[in-house]
Structures are given as C-alpha cells and as structure tokens.
Design a protein around this ligand. Sequence first.
Ligand code: GAP
Length: 449
Amino acid sequence: MTASTMEELVSLCKRRGFIFQSNDIYGGVKGLYDFGPMGVELKNNLKQSWWKSIVYERDDVEGLDSSILTGREVLKHSGHEDTFSDPLIDCKSCKNRFREDQLKDHKCPFCKSKDLTNPRPFNLMFKTSIGPVDDGSSFVYLRPETAQQIFTNFKNVLDSTNKVIPFGIAQIGKAFRNEITPRNFIFRVREFEQLELEFFVLPGQDEKWHKYWIDQRYNWWINQGIDKNNLYLENVESSELSHYSKATVDILYNFPHGKEELEGIANRTDFDLGSHTKNQKDFKISSKVIENDKSTTKLAMQKLEDNSWYIPFVIEPSAGVERGVLALLNEAYKVDEKNSRTILALKPNLSPIKAALIPLKRNNEQIVNFAKKIKNKLQKLGLGRVVLENSGNIGKNYRRHDEIGTPICITVDFETLENNTVTVRDRDTMDQKRINESELNNFYKKYFE
Ligand code: GAP
C-alpha cells in the first residue's frame, strides 16, 4: 500500500465522479469546484457526522441556517470591511497582481520586473447588488464566514430556546472569499463550506473551554479515520492572529502538498457580541470594538447571582468541509499492488455508497428482482445510499466500488434463487462469504456500529 499524491487524488475524483472543475465546458473558473454524484454523498456524510457530534449528541448546542447574503452593517461592525484583506502588489510591467508574500528579491513573480506598486490592501469579500437599481449604492456581501449571522441571531436563539451559559450555536454553510491565489485543488478555493460552532461561555472561563474544544475537535478528526500521525496542533503566532482573536490553535493536516490548516479553534473573546450589541457603553467590553449606533438589540446575558448584564465570551471551532474532504480522500486512498486495485478505505459511515447489489446476470428477471428487493430493504434502514449495479461485469463492479469506497458488494446469482443465499464481499479484505438473505440486515448494520 502506498500514500497518494495530489495528482492521483485529482484523477480519481474526476474518474469516479467525486469532484469536477466548475464551469469546465467553458474552460473552467479558477478556485471553483463542483461535487459530483460520489462527492456530494461524501461531503454530506462528513457534514452529517459533524452535526451529529456537535448538535445531536450534546444538549448545549442548537443549530442554525442563516442567509448567505449579508448586509453591510454586519460585516462593517464585525471588522471585515476594514481588516479582511490581503496586501497586494501590482506589477506595472505585466499588469499581474500578487500577494506581498509572493514577492521574491523585490521582483514580480511572473515577469521578474522591479517596476512595482507599493502593497495595497485588497478586500477578500465578494459584493453583489441588491434590489432593482444597480448603481453601486445598495449592495450586500456574500458572507466570508458563517459565524457572523450566528452572532446577529444570538438573541433570537436564546429567546426561542431554553439555553443557559455555556451553550453554543452551530451552522454549516457556504462562505466566499476572493482568494488571489486559489490553489492545491480544493484546499484553497473561492467558494467553500464551513462547519462552525460559536460556543458562548462566561468571561474568565474562556481559556478552559478553549482547551476543551481543541481536544474535542482533534479527537473528532481521528474518529473520522484520520491517522493521528498526520495531525498537528499549532499555536497561531500573535502577529498572525485574526482581528477578533485572543488565541487560536490550528489543527494542521499532512495534505499531499504539505502540512496546512484543516481547522482553527479561536478564542474570539467578547469581540463579536460586543461589536454587534446595542448600548455598548453599558457593558465592560474587554476587546477593542467598532462603535455601534445602528444595532437594535442587546446581545448580552444576565448573571444568575446578581442579575447583572454581561457580554459572553466565544470559543469558535471552525473547519472547512472541502479541506475535510481532501484530508479524508488522502487518508483513505490506498493502492493494493498485490491485487492491482485502488481502494478508498473510508469509514463506512462516510462512504458515498454503503452497499452495492450486483445481479450476476443482468437480463435474468428473477435475479434482478431479487437484487432490487434487497436493495430496497437495505435502503429502508436509512444508513445511506444503496445502489443496484445492473451493468458491467462483476470484476469491473468490484473495482469501481473499491475505488469509491463501498464497504460491501452483494452478489445475487442462480444459487440465490434456490436457497436464498447471497455472496457478500468486503472491500478491505476482499473476503467473500455466502450468507442467507435473512441475516443480511444485521450483517450490514454491523458495518456502521
Ligand atoms: N470563522 C472563522 C474563520 O472563518 P478561518 O481560519 O478563516 O476562520 C476557517 O476559516 C476554516 O475554513 C479554515 O480552517 C479552513 O478549513 C476553511 N477555509 C478558509 N479559507 C478557505 C478557502 N479559501 N478554501 C477552502 N477552505 C477554507
């Protein structure tokens, strides 16, 4: 078994319908990707696994699905209008624009000219006009992180549920960034999804909860099948911290192109609720917030002991779905040279297809109907997608399902019609055994325990 290169992953993703370059038939648009039939299942499974562990398995977190288009006031007071930018340099000679950190020996990385502008901040947020008049005055942003609408909904969620501190609000959704140099396949893209939790805690208890969430999130990735030898925790240096953060620990992963951020866990202090609350002067806000005379809502809680109002602190674990998918694909990709096959050894709950039913003779009605009956029975168990493979030969089907990570293939043949037994083949061991159809439900369910 050997590890994968980025080229192998890109090729598998295209060949087997995981990920395609977006707008491909018109030459593609850089930094945008589409998830195909297998990709959408893998992505949904990863998101579901996160939602299950963050929302369903806890009693202190509620979910949210807020709008992507975000009004200007939100992203002004969050600090994104002023600070969410990269310093860019223009080459006066070849007219290319590049990030300051790409500059080598004071020369343009494209044409090596030294005729360059000074670095100028370039905001990474996408804007679009809203309403019938497109005169540039009425615009909204495509959110650069899902977090902000969690903060603006803080009181709505608090009033409509019975939460007491500490508690969290979780959201999965798209975020958009006009990255100057999208690269490394789906690692750095312009449209991506985030898994974000804003966990509200008492001021003074923030450091304890920060440690707690670093631990939780690190272990969660291991539970998804990531080898702990490929994961690293790194303290973000103070000069590199985002404008809202007091401390951030990144979970890095050994991607095929190098060790890079998979998830960040930030201590956002009282910056966000403090920035968006009305009557800021009524509170002791510890962070440096932009003055707010537009907010209509107090984003604060009352202490139980004396009913005094305070702004909660926030711990934020924030992961990218695309980076998660890339890490999972990289971990799962195995070349079995002995048997001349490639396998995606994904955990069964993450596999795009849970089981494939393969009728030995595709034009034998009895065999096909039997396979269909089993497919429907397993599908009803609700553990994910089960497919009927009524084309191609059995060897080709096995190879395809090994490559997309299907944990079991079930073959229906003439013997099935005589004694109700089917052949089940395990993806990882290639072991095959005959079992009675009546045992199949339990056999199948065991893969997901
Ligand atoms: N709300 C906090 C926040 O957005 P971030 O570190 O900028 O923090 C969080 O982003 C996560 O989102 C990152 O750890 C990464 O997994 C993912 N991410 C950020 N920018 C990305 C991009 N351009 N392409 C793909 N994923 C990205």
